[in-house]
Design a protein around this ligand. Structure first.
Ligand code: ZN
Ligand code: FE
Length: 254
């Protein structure tokens, strides 16, 4: 099976949509199209024809391009089956119990609620599209779930292999990293990563994709067991969920 080609498409002010192209099968999916025009330009530049629209969750900055793209390409819209009412134009609902294939590939759907109650991730081979649940050095806000729910969702993503590439919904990395440094200034991997992130952003380059291995080393929301984080929060004896919840609470007003 030939490897998929993945192209990042900046949308709105800080969103990313992604094109996932299977040359052999003649298929091309877009993940989380905030808006149609940049997606159409990226397709035209590559000479690809859209066949699928995938949504990780219902928010407008992830689904805003659904209907226009469906109209132009007759593409099939695939999204969380538990949220059919909130996904514009949905054709196919998927969840962990409904395997979904793209060409000859089985795509793993992970249910990772908390940012929204039906948020999902799509995992194609070694590429995970994590929407607004896992960001580079951050995680999504808890709009429709509890800290415990988000910690369970992030723990599920942490079981993916370290080499898994992480494609998330927003370019929030620089701000996320600044927050991470307030909790773990002595984390050498974090300090090194921030140097690279600052250089990339100064050059106008994206910081995506990340990898699960790098996230586990540098993303505080995946590291509630870190003694340095616990000391910073004064929560040495607390459980992981309590530490996670306090980090999320602080980040909300960072
Ligand atoms: Zn969202
Ligand atoms: Fe978003």
């Amino acid at each position: 099976m030939t490897p998929l080609e993945i192209e990042l498409v900046p949308c709105l002010s800080d969103n990313y949509a992604y094109l996932v192209h299977d040359a052999e099968a003649g298929l091309c999916a877009v993940v989380d199209p905030s808006e149609a025009p940049p997606v159409k330009r990226a397709l035209a530049a590559r000479g690809w024809t859209l066949t699928h629209i995938l949504n990780t969750h219902h928010h407008p900055d992830h689904t805003g391009g659904n209907l226009a793209l469906k109209q132009d390409f007759s593409a099939e819209i695939v999204g969380p089956g538990k949220d059919r009412d909130r996904i514009p134009g949905i054709d196919t609902g998927v969840d962990e119990s409904t395997p979904w294939t793209f060409g000859g590939r089985t795509v793993t759907v992970l249910e990772i609620p908390a940012h929204t109650r039906s948020h999902i991730a799509f995992v194609f081979d070694d590429a995970a599209f994590t929407g607004d649940t896992l960001f580079a050095m951050g995680c999504g806000r808890l709009f429709e779930g509890t800290p415990e729910m988000m910690w369970t969702s992030l723990s599920k993503l942490m079981r993916l292999p370290d080499a898994t590439r992480v494609y998330c919904g927003h370019e929030y990395t620089l701000n996320n990293g600044r927050f991470a440094l307030t909790l773990e200034p002595a984390n050498a991997a974090l300090v090194a990563r921030m140097g690279a992130v600052e250089a990339a952003r100064a050059a106008g380059a994206p910081t995506i994709p990340s990898t699960m291995g790098l996230e586990k080393q540098t993303n505080p929301f995946l590291r509630p067991a870190s003694p340095e984080i616990r000391r910073a929060l004064g929560l040495e004896g607390a459980g992981d969920v309590e530490v996670f919840a306090e980090m999320r609470r602080r980040k909300d007003s960072f």
